[in-house]
Design a protein around this ligand. Sequence first.
Ligand code: B12
Ligand code: SF4
Length: 451
Amino acid sequence: MKKLDCLFVYPGAPAGKKNLLPIMPAGLLAMAAYLAKRAVNSAIISLPTALKGEFYLPGIIKDRQVKLVCIPAHWHRQAAGALALAARLKRAAPGVKIALGGYTASYFAAEILAEHPAVDFVVRGDGELPLLKLIDRLKAGGAGLAGVPNLAWRGKKGLVLNRVSYAASSPMLTDLGLAGLGFVLNRNPAPRRGVCFEDGMFTYVQARGCADNCSACGGGREFHRKFCGRRGVALKSAASAARDFAGLAAMGIKEIQLPLSPLSSDVYYIELLRQLMKRKLEPVLKVELCGLPSAEFLHCFSRAPGAGSKITIFSGSGSERVRRLNRGRFYTNAELMQTMRLAARLNVNVWTTFTTGLPFETRCDLQETGELIRGMRREFGMNRASVYAFSLEPGSPLFETPEKYGVKLRRRALADFLDQRGKYDMGYATEHFTEKEIVRNLKFLEKIARG
Ligand code: B12
Ligand code: SF4
């Protein structure tokens, strides 16, 4: 059996028999592909959808002489699961080194190393080059860790946070492709929800970073600058994304979700649709946008993708005042409705998603959101909206400067995030609503959306 330098294990967020966050970070594919190109062997195991008894991790670590186990603590709701797995593996295989990475680990790197002895390293921000260098150093006996970019580690004199100087560039992302899929060890690498799939759609992440800085988002411009060392958005070229889609089609994967719109302009999507048409590819697409699609994009969308495709617009609040105060990409409700009318004329399925619990939202604003959802139903004869609430995201603007947003935080430290329970554990209250009221407001809007 081939030796493994590095084993990625995604634990999800175990909750009894269920696993609440079954999708692993797309970056694991990128890192495995990057390492393979440089002759470093790695493999990926995604535990939430693994079959019963499919993986005995201590056995794999021993048999394949794994040097480094890499565990994502990416989403804060799965950080507790990541730390529990690290502790379990360290007990079972004390010689193996364990690294954590991902957004939440990047934010809490110092706390993780100070409070969780099972974790040897935390990689802050992007992991490709840091892991390559770290594995190189480990193979050579473990000296020279100060030269590994983005690495947090325990030195002789205490904790060392190396500078976050590496962030993947656009040409690098363009170059990577989806070779990483070949390193997934799960017998079922394409479940309906898990590995890289959400509701049967492959979640294709074409970029890193965001040009905007919405108040409640833990992946905006400033988060990426401060905690991932990213200056500007890194974007895979549309031509190479179309090439990846062709590869997915060849594997029988025809439903693709694009869950990130890092730029306010939709020029990228228009170019991607053109590339798909050129290649005569017709995947079922779900494009998620934080801003409004242009008329040109809607026209292209009506011609290009497969039946069942849709666009989802994340609109924030239904109140223009609250949207303006919280979201980077602003538009009026009239513009939103005009866009939806054009989409309806073009037979493009456009869906909206609203949120409640944003800073500055009052009871009146909540009613406005409800009214907008009702108005859409009246005009289009069917429901066009869903609702969700952001729980507190570490590193988001409202987490970093709560006073600016008039919010009170109940969670600040890593330990607070590890203690959270369930999807209604919001972690903050606004000037106008307590946590309980935010949840109540969410349920109120959900009821309206259901009709
Ligand atoms: C794309 C996306 C998704 C996609 C994910 C697709 C995928 N397979 O990764 C989908 C739509 C599925 C999704 C779902 C969710 N998301 Co999301 N998502 C994003 C988004 C828009 C972009 C993420 C991104 O750019 N990834 C870039 C990719 C290529 O890199 P990566 O996967 O992050 O991996 C790199 C590094 O992070 C690092 N790394 C990651 N893991 C590890 C592990 C190790 C050991 C190492 C060394 C390095 C490392 O190295 C990688 C390569 O360089 C961000 C917002 C933003 N603008 O950032 C929110 C965001 C990440 N999501 C968020 C949330 C909350 C969620 C959900 C929990 C929402 C929900 N309530 O259901 C779910 C979780 C689903 C699950 N796990 O089952 C939050 C996370 C905040 C936090 N710290 O927890 C963000 C920041 C948005 C927000 N609301 O603030 N999401
Ligand atoms: S909500 Fe969307 S536009 Fe706003 S910062 Fe997050 S990813 Fe960017």
